[in-house]
Design a protein around this ligand. Structure first.
Ligand code: PEP
Length: 246
């Protein structure tokens, strides 16, 4: 039985004092459920504060470098994350792919480095509006996933959370219909089954992301191949974040 995983992606928002205030209220309001993992992916400066103020919610980095240490100005390493008990990191968010040159080759190295450190990669994939309109979504996502999972063993593949996020739905208010989201998330599962086997694919948690809000989250999460959500805008305010978790 797959768990439901809902992660708020704060992107480049919040100061430490804002994050602390959010966490106090969110921890108080979050009613845990045995099959739900919920948390937030935050900027590097907030990781320690948010982790220190979290008991029930998990805390994720938004990015990580694949090397253990070195001359990589501005980056953060896996040992740095582990040192403050961070066990999740987003990898290959479309904003990182677009603005920071995160290629599939780099993303693959990050996925493997996180798995080697017993951390959970939340691997983002998804197509542009142009690709969607050409009807080439599955082909595009398949190329991403084949490259991103290269050299990952079957035993490790089940530990990866895949977030399908159509770029045209991120921050635009244009949510994919539940049918489109289900269809592509099922496609993602089929791609993983082709790469490994059906039993492996059946264990992988697949999230949908793209303008998920309290008023559409239930319908999205009721789809059979959607096991959770990666949520940007609607995760920034405590009330709206908590309303995603009911
Ligand atoms: C995201 O940041 O991954 C995202 C899905 O953003 P939003 O929910 O705002 O579309």
């Amino acid at each position: 039985m797959r768990k439901q995983v809902i992660i708020g992606n704060w992107k480049m928002f919040k100061t430490n004092s804002e994050a602390k205030k959010f966490m106090k209220l969110a921890e108080k309001g979050f009613k845990t459920k045995p099959d739900l993992i919920a948390g937030v992916a935050v900027s590097a400066t907030l990781l320690d504060t948010v982790k220190t103020n979290s008991k029930k919610l998990v805390v994720s980095a938004q990015n990580v470098h694949f090397e253990q240490s070195g001359a990589y100005t501005g980056e953060i390493s896996i040992p740095m994350l582990k040192d403050i008990n961070i066990n999740y990191s987003l990898v290959g968010h479309s904003e990182r792919r677009e603005y920071f040159n995160d290629t599939d080759e780099v993303i693959n190295k990050k996925v493997k480095a996180l798995l080697a450190a017993n951390m959970t990669p939340v691997l983002c994939c998804g197509e542009s509006l142009e690709t969607f309109e050409k009807g080439k979504t599955i082909e595009f996502v398949k190329a991403q996933l084949v490259a991103d999972f290269a050299g990952v063993s079957k035993e490790d593949a089940v530990k990866v959370i895949v977030a399908y996020e159509p770029i045209w739905a991120i921050g635009t208010g244009k949510v994919a219909t539940p049918e489109i989201a289900q269809n592509v998330c099922k496609g993602v599962r089929d791609i993983i089954a082709d790469l490994y086997d059906q039993a492996t694919a059946d264990q992988v948690v697949i999230q949908y992301g793209g303008s998920v809000k309290p008023d559409n989250v239930k319908q999205i999460l009721s789809q059979p191949d959607i096991d959770g959500a990666l949520v940007g805008g609607a995760s920034l305010e405590v009330d709206s974040f908590l309303a995603l978790l009911v």
